[in-house]
Design a protein. Structure first.
Length: 273
């Protein structure tokens, strides 16, 4: 494949969910009806991570409604059901995985982005059981291809055995910029998924300007297929790979500042180019 034939890649930036009462003070116009929050947020951000799907299954009609309320180039990521990941034996998650995938997520159409499987901070890495779980993940929801992302939160995942397993099954791993969870930027799939958790309440943009500049430079490097050198990782950075999609979400921390941080990063991405 020549450079001109390479599939187009994108950097998607957003927040988790779109309903959060403090955002009525820091993000949404005071006169905006709550029923139009998604419509508004999707025109200020380029992606949203849907959290509600982690707690309960949604209906196909709900996914279709979200699809229709958002711009053509908008993308959702979905947190997969907790009933698949919050269990002692992951190899027994097949029914829960199927119920989630078959719940109608394909109604998002081309706005269906990565599916994130979040594991409890107490869940330790067990190679055989984790591989059994990865083998259960389907390649499609209906006719829509699926891209899976692992959000692993126990220190035992910070090792070459996990990285090799994730790469074998071509699943991405969340880079979580946090003091509370393991933070490593090793690339394991064909996309980069970052959850940034250090927003500060006294800053309208959540992060200091120089920090946002650094995130923007990382995002462009990831998108080009490179690996930024100054991030924590388990193994040395690899040689540049094919260009990849990048998903960056401002999550947790001073959550009221997450939309401001996302909008500030979007502006910088355009300025830095």
């Amino acid at each position: 494949m020549t450079q001109d034939q390479q599939p187009k890649t994108h950097i998607h930036v957003g927040v988790g969910g779109w309903t959060y009462e403090p955002w009525r003070e820091t993000f949404y116009p005071s006169d905006l009806p709550k029923a139009r929050e998604l419509e508004y947020a999707s025109r200020k951000l380029s992606s949203i991570e849907i959290n509600g799907t982690y707690y309960s299954l949604q209906k196909a009609a709900t996914f279709a409604k979200w699809r229709d309320e958002t711009p053509e180039d908008f993308v959702f990521s979905l947190k997969a059901t907790r009933y698949a990941t919050n269990r002692r034996v992951l190899a027994e998650a097949g029914d829960s995985i199927s119920r989630f995938v078959d719940s109608g997520i394909e109604e998002l159409g081309r706005k269906l982005g990565p599916v994130v499987w979040e594991f409890a901070p107490t869940k330790k890495f067990d190679a055989s059981d984790f591989e059994a779980f990865l083998a259960l993940l389907p390649a499609k929801a209906g006719s829509r291809p699926l891209r899976h992302v692992m959000d692993v939160r126990h220190e035992s995942f910070r090792g070459p055995q996990y990285l090799a397993l994730a790469r074998k099954y071509r699943v991405a791993t969340v880079f979580t910029d946090s003091d509370d969870y393991p933070s490593f930027a090793d690339i394991t799939g064909d996309l980069l998924y970052a959850r940034l958790m250090r927003t500060q309440s006294h800053l309208e943009t959540g992060y200091e300007p120089q920090a946002l500049d650094a995130i923007a430079h990382c995002a462009h490097a990831w998108c080009r297929g490179e690996e930024p050198q100054d991030l924590p990782r388990v193994e040395p950075a690899r040689e540049p790979q094919a260009p990849r999609d990048v998903f960056i979400y401002f999550i947790s921390g001073a959550k009221e500042r997450a939309p401001g941080a996302a909008q500030a990063l979007i502006r910088r991405l355009g300025e830095i180019g």
